[in-house]
Design a protein around this ligand. Sequence first.
Ligand code: GSH
Length: 285
Amino acid sequence: MTEAAEYTPPRVWKWDSQDGGAFTKINRPVAGATHEKELPVGEHSLQLYSLATPNGVKVTVLLEELLELGKSGAEYDAYLINIGEGDQFGSGFVDVNPNSKIPALLDVSTSPPTRVFESGAILVYLAEKFDAFLPKDPSDRAECMSWLFWQMGSAPYLGGGFGHFYNYAPVKIEYCIDRFAMEVKRQLDVLDQNLSTRRYLCGDEYNIADMATYAWYGNLVLNNSYDAGEFLDVKTYTHVVRWATEIEERPAVARGRRVNRAWGPEEERVPERHSASDLDIATSE
Ligand SMILES: N[C@@H](CCC(=O)N[C@@H](CS)C(=O)NCC(=O)O)C(=O)O
């Protein structure tokens, strides 16, 4: 291992606002709103405030799957929250999510409106509301919740740990990259062993645990995240690749991936979504 620069922590940590690398503009050690800004509200019951990161995509995939199933009450307005510009610290957003992170959902069909934050909580709320993609049998439901909570607990090692130090950090620190690459490969092996005997994470049925896990680990093995496919040798997790490929081919997943996307090829961007037609791809003759 190469030598890392010596650092002796001070007795009391102090915030250096210049020290956040790619996240300098958004990192801060305190919670709450930084500015007054109301959120827009559209005509549907479900108002989503989000961005097409893996945590955001989980929710738009579920909403598109619900609509595909004919659950018309799942029609939604999706507004873009630009976390690079600090939209998550606007007063309206903080009212819906005091933790200032996308995604956040407001269900205005209830009185008073129901706010839901944390992507896992949003998936369970919607699956229960529309009675879909969440098993009813208590044992099957426990298995689904176990994998969903596994994803919620594991992904910060992938995103906040590996992705941060491999891709975003202003310096490449071998110790940090090694530590998180090791853990992410262990997690991929957990998934691979499970998927070696099951079509989906919980068996034969596709559910919210698959949607949540696909958004992170599926994208990783399909080399859509951090450009780290070769580094992590993701092709060796053959069962995860097979499962992720099958999920990625679902039309609702293809649509969900584009909602609140404000980067990449123009034809894949749908910064805001208010009806199905917003997802129509313009075809040239
Ligand atoms: N545990 C949360 C994590 C959400 C999260 O980390 N969102 C990121 C984007 S993927 C975010 O909004 N970051 C903005 C910030 O940290 O200020 C969830 O699953 O909803």
